[in-house]
Design a protein around this ligand. Structure first.
Ligand SMILES: Nc1ncnc2c1ncn2[C@@H]1O[C@H](COP(=O)(O)OP(=O)(O)OP(=O)(O)O)[C@@H](O)[C@H]1O
Ligand code: SF4
Ligand SMILES: [Mg+2]
Length: 350
């Protein structure tokens, strides 16, 4: 059963002195998901709540196996047959994505919402030219003739700054470099002006210089279009570079969320602190750690209570008995730890 440790979506700002109102594009509440025959009665993704607004980038960060991709696939309606959504709502343009038919989801995918993956070859068809694939994606969702769709495809290749775009239009995916394929993928995903782009480790497979170029490109396009973006990464450098909001995921739950500055300046969950390479000493910082000892629990062995307890230096009996709810630890900043906010427990947990 889903526990309620999730992070409530931020309401639209209301006061005149506050930052401009967020125009929430996607609001997910209490999302739970299990894998039949695998997650043995416990949700794999559990109580996940998050929101992303127009023009904003939400980074979901966590170690390998934390459930980032399966969460994204659930939101996109691309789950493998073994996965079932067990709870929650995902409001997007006035409709709950979790209650749409497969047909309705397919209509939204590639038009109102788009996704880019780590390896563009998983989405690009090796048998068709780049131009054909972008044009097809456009024509699937818009009443547009072939010539018009082709010229829009060319325009998209220009916008993602692919060199010699006229030539690339007739190239096959294998004729492009990894960086260019990712640019082509971005062109395809943005061709129908989506409200929301979900990018799952879009630069991980690329070398560092190309990574930086692709991130700069995505940021520029986002500025131009106002597209909301969920960017999945395990790279804190990328988070620092592009995030407005951050959700830290551990073992299928959001353990901490908030504005990027607050997460970096004042991490409040022992897992976040560990990820950042600091020894979590409640109330003070000491030393540096490269990795957190232990491993993420596999999907079929999710611990009871706080899922981080087996690796947490502060685990107390209460932690393994009961999942900690998300506590407000600062403006729009929440942490799901029994000892948050840490300043209140500077002497150490009881
Ligand atoms: N189709 C599937 N069948 C069985 N288990 C799965 C399936 N997809 C994901 N899992 C399990 O769900 C958990 C979360 O996987 P997921 O791919 O979402 O992690 P991730 O955070 O994206 O990791 P990475 O950073 O390595 O991409 C893992 O334990 C994984 O083994
Ligand atoms: S609830 Fe307990 S085990 Fe979980 S992170 Fe906090 S101190 Fe650690
Ligand atoms: Mg993944």
């Amino acid at each position: 059963m889903a526990s309620d440790i999730g992070i409530a979506p931020t309401p639209m700002a209301a006061t005149p002195d506050a930052a401009p109102a967020r125009e929430v594009v996607l609001a997910v509440e209490n999302f739970g998901l299990s894998l039949s025959g695998v997650s043995s009665g416990r949700n794999l993704v559990d109580g996940v709540s998050l929101s992303v607004a127009r023009g904003e980038t939400l980074c979901i960060v966590g170690e390998s196996g934390c459930g980032k991709s399966i969460t994204a696939l659930g939101l996109m309606g691309l789950l493998p047959p073994v996965a079932q959504i067990t709870s929650g709502t995902a409001m997007f343009e006035g409709r709950d994505l979790f209650r749409l038919t497969d047909r309705q989801r397919a209509d939204i995918r590639g038009s109102r919402m788009a996704m880019i993956f780590q390896e563009p070859m998983t989405s690009l068809n090796p048998a068709f030219t780049i131009g054909n694939q972008i044009a097809e994606g456009i024509r699937r969702h818009r009443a547009m003739g072939k010539a018009e769709a082709r010229s829009l495809a060319l325009e998209m290749l220009r916008r993602v700054r692919i060199p010699a775009p006229e030539k690339r239009l007739d190239a096959y995916p294998h004729q492009l470099s990894g960086g260019m394929r990712q640019r082509a993928m971005i062109a395809m995903s943005l061709a129908n002006d989506p409200q929301l782009l979900i990018a799952d480790e879009p630069t991980t497979a690329l070398d560092v210089t190309i990574q930086a170029q692709i991130l700069a490109l995505v940021r520029r396009l986002q500025d131009e279009t106002g597209t909301a973006m969920i960017l999945i990464t395990h790279d804190l450098g990328v988070v620092a570079e592009v995030a407005d909001q951050v959700a830290v995921m551990y073992a299928g739950r959001i353990v901490e969320s908030g504005p990027v500055d607050a997460i970096f300046a004042d991490p409040q969950h022992p897992y976040t602190i560990g990820l950042m390479g600091s020894v979590p000493s409640l109330g003070r910082r000491a030393g540096r750690l490269a990795t957190i000892p232990g491993t993420v629990p596999p999907a079929d062995r999710m611990p009871a209570g706080c899922r981080f307890a087996p690796r947490c230096p502060f685990a107390a009996p209460r932690c393994t008995a009961e999942a900690p709810p998300a506590q407000l630890v600062g403006p729009d900043h929440r942490a799901a730890c029994w000892f948050a906010p840490l300043e209140l427990h500077a002497g150490g947990p009881a």
